[in-house]
Design a protein. Structure first.
Length: 133
């Protein structure tokens, strides 16, 4: 993965993930003081696993796709940390929405914004950047 900025790294990861056949389509947006990383993943090879977990009333709390992106932000750009905050599985439509926090530096840790409002704004402005397989 090559890139010198957050967006270059995220987009390079998305291209590699799609090219490897792990997803059919992946889109992202960054908002909320540059901390909220919101992903929409369609046609993920792991979707069946998430569906089975939900059927057993087990909360889905981890996503290998977003973990790959987190890893590259930390490794390539020196981000302080990142974590997955929420995963919504939309099994009928075949996609997941992942909200994660990415912290570029320690000063960003503890910054607060209204993620619900940020998500509404992303959708209203159609701020998504997308990659298809």
């Amino acid at each position: 993965i090559q890139g010198s900025s957050r967006d270059e790294i995220i987009q390079a990861c998305m291209r590699e993930i799609a090219a490897a056949g792990l997803v059919k389509e992946i889109a992202y947006a960054v908002a909320g003081l540059d901390i909220l990383l919101r992903l929409k993943v369609r046609g993920c090879v792991h979707l069946g696993k998430e569906i089975r977990l939900r059927q057993r009333n087990i909360k889905v709390y981890n996503c290998i796709i977003v973990n790959m992106i987190h890893d590259q932000l930390i490794e390539k750009l020196g981000y302080e940390t990142a974590y997955t905050a929420e995963i919504d599985v939309h099994e009928e439509e075949g996609w997941c929405e992942i909200k994660s926090a990415i912290f570029e530096n320690k000063d960003k840790i503890g910054c607060v914004s209204d993620w619900a409002e940020e998500c509404r704004r992303i959708d209203q402005e159609n701020s998504w950047i997308s990659v298809k397989a």
